[in-house]
Each structure stands twice: as C-alpha cells, then as structure tokens.
Design a protein around this ligand. Structure first.
Ligand SMILES: *Cc1c(COP(=O)(O)O)cnc(C)c1O
Length: 375
C-alpha cells in the first residue's frame, strides 16, 4: 500500500472548461498545456482535448516533443520559440508552430534552409509588457523579413497582456492600441488573449486565444462567474490522530499552540508535493466534505489538520487540500501566491485521470463522491 495522497484530474471538467472558453471567444482557441498542463499531466490533458481543440500551446520544444511521442498530432505552438537552429529544425520536422520574439530567433529562421513554404510562425510584439517580443516600432520590418523567408508559409501577429486580470487598470487598453497601431495594414490572423484577456476583454479576443489557467477551472478574474469547473482535487486521508492538551504545541517551530484540548489529524502531503509551506494556521481544508483548517507548520512530507470540531472524522477520513470544496485560489491567497504556482508544483503525488473513461466506474464514482461531499 502506498500513501493515499493523489491528484484526481477530472478530464470531463477540462473539456467543459475548454468548451466554455470557445463559446465565450467565438473563434479559435489554443489550449495552453505548458508546465505539464499546469501540473495536471500534459499527455492525458492533450488526449482529452485533442478531439475538440483547435490546437495546443506549450512553452518549450521538449514539452511539444513529449506530446508528439505520445502520438498527439494536433498543431502545437511553442510559445517561447526555439533556442537554436537545431531546435528550429526539429520543431519544423514535428509540425510545430513557432513563436519568434527576438532578433536571434528571426535570424535563425532566415538562415534555416527549408525546401517548402510551410512554416507557421507567430511574430510576437511587445505591446507594453516590456518582457518578450519585438518592440512595436520594429513590427513592420520584422514582418517584412518573415514574409521574405521562402520557408515561412503563414504569419500570425501576437502579443501578451500584462494586466488583463485587472479590469480597472488601463494597461490592457493601452496595449491593444499600441498593437493595433504597430500592425496597421499587416494581413494575417492575430492572437492577444490569455485566459483573463479572453474572459474580460472582448477587444482582445481576435482570431486565436491562448487560455491556460481557465482550462483548469481556476478563474483568473476576481470573483469570476464563468461556470468553470475545478479540474484538480488534491486529496489524501488522515493516517493518524493525536490529542493535544491545552498549552501543547504542534510541529516545527511550535507555531501552533492549543488553547484548549485539541484533536489533530496527520496527513501525508507536504510542501514537496506542492502544498505551500507558507500558509498560516487556519488555512481551509475539507475533511469528509466538511471545512476545517490547517494547524501547525506544513512540513516536507506531512501536514496537520484540526479535527476538534469533527468528532466523526478519524483515520481514513478523506482530506481535500483543494478541489471542489476548497478552491485552489483560496489556498493560493493564504500562501501569498496565485493558483498557477500551486498547480504547477503538483508533481510528486500520483495523478489519477478520471471523467472520460466509462470503463472505470469505480474511479468515476470516486470523483462524484468528492463533489457530493461539498453540497
Ligand atoms: C502561459 C501563457 C498563456 C496562458 O496564460 P493563462 O493566464 O494561463 O491563460 C498565454 N500566452 C502566453 C504567451 C503564455 O506564456
């Protein structure tokens, strides 16, 4: 028997969220599956989305190659582009689309002798984020150079939004204006929107959107009500129970001190599994579907939860660290970070993919159980 900790990945919810994104967007939508699909397992997610998605996006070539090795044949856009001529050649051989966002990448492309005019290139402009992308003043020249390359078949104009999740800021409107001015008269499809851009900025939707986080059910908009479903349930069980006397302390540094007699559940998940060490006492968890709290510091392989108000909870009680009852966003807030970071860090626990395979009623029941627990 291995420890009962796992990340349950609901692929039906993933497909629901993709369909929601496409309905809101109305055009074509790349499913962004970088960083092992934000910790959800990129091969399983790609296979679940492939029949419905217009294409996929990853950050790096090696992420695209892992999908190709698993027989994923959709178009895959490489968001950070290639790091060498050899990578560019491999990307092309694997039918990947490449972003070109700085001079060395453009030169490598100009020097890549390809016999046919079939490279699909996304020219990335810096419309105000100040990070990757050609300065907008160079947009027309970079576009002309790409078009002059005999191996380039299609050019998509793209940029990335720095503050799309903050609708009260005017940075997004300024980025859109800068992008439109820089690309005036240039033909070809356009792509500006990440998840927040897609949800909150109709003017940013353009031809192709590139959502990531919303696919996993974490709405990037404060208080967002878009009907997204959480995809990951990070779950374990209570494996031991301790009683603390009033005045007794718990865990590293003795941070938590019981002010009254207290029942503590031990759970085999720690910061090495991606649960953040930085959370304070009181951070929510759900135990057999009822909300309780973390007490004591999170250690590498274990954390401790308060069972005092849950007399029926004990060894074997299901502990949801995040999922349908406790949103990953709540835990991220408690940790002073964002849902993206927590999800990406889920790598050590086994992933159990459910929701699509009708041949596995037991696991399908497992996830329904999780949902009912929180009603
Ligand atoms: C990661 C990434 C996205 C997806 O962003 P979300 O906020 O997760 O939707 C889109 N475009 C680029 C260039 C990215 O790097």
């Amino acid at each position: 028997m291995s420890r009962p900790s796992k990340a349950i990945i609901d692929l039906a919810a993933l497909r629901h969220n993709y369909a929601t994104a496409r309905r809101i967007h109305g055009g074509r939508v790349l499913a962004t599956l970088k960083a092992n699909a934000y910790g959800h397992g990129s091969v399983a997610c790609a296979k679940a989305l492939e029949p419905m998605a217009d294409g996929l996006a990853v950050a790096f070539l090696e992420e695209a190659l892992a999908l190709r090795r698993a027989d994923v044949s959709s178009p895959i856009l490489i968001l950070e582009g290639c790091f060498s001529a050899a990578e560019l050649k491999e990307a092309h051989a694997q039918g990947c689309w490449v972003v070109v966002h700085h001079e060395a990448q453009l030169r490598a492309l100009e020097e890549a002798a390809q016999p046919v005019r079939d490279m699909n290139v996304w020219l990335k402009l810096d419309s105000g984020m100040g990070r990757a992308g050609f300065p907008v003043e160079h947009a027309q020249a970079a576009y002309a150079r790409l078009h002059a390359c005999p191996q380039v078949g299609a050019v998509t104009l793209m940029s990335h939004l720095a503050s799309a999740d903050e609708p009260d800021k005017d940075q997004t409107a300024r980025q859109l204006a800068a992008f439109d001015a820089a690309t005036a008269g240039l033909p070809g499809p356009q792509s500006l929107a990440n998840s927040a851009g897609l949800l909150a900025w109709p003017a940013a939707r353009r031809d192709w959107a590139r959502p990531g986080i919303l696919l996993f059910g974490a709405d990037p908009m404060p208080g967002g009500q878009h009907g997204l479903k959480p995809v990951m349930t990070l779950q374990s069980e209570v494996f031991a129970v301790r009683e603390l006397r009033a005045g007794q302390s718990l865990g590293y540094g003795g941070r938590f001190v019981a002010d009254a007699p207290c029942r503590v559940g031990l759970v085999a998940v720690g910061y090495a599994d991606g649960y953040p060490r930085s959370v304070a006492d009181g951070t929510p968890v759900a135990i057999d579907g009822l909300r309780s709290r973390i007490i004591g510091r999170v250690s590498m392989d274990m954390l401790t939860v308060d069972l005092t108000a849950l007399p029926h909870a004990g060894i074997g009680s299901v502990v949801e660290l995040w999922g349908a009852s406790v949103s990953v966003h709540e835990v991220a807030m408690a940790a002073g970070t964002i849902a993206y970071e927590l999800l990406c860090h889920v790598q050590r626990v086994p992933r159990e993919h459910v929701g699509l395979d009708a041949d596995r009623p037991a696991t399908a029941r497992g996830i329904r159980q999780t949902r009912e627990d929180c009603l």
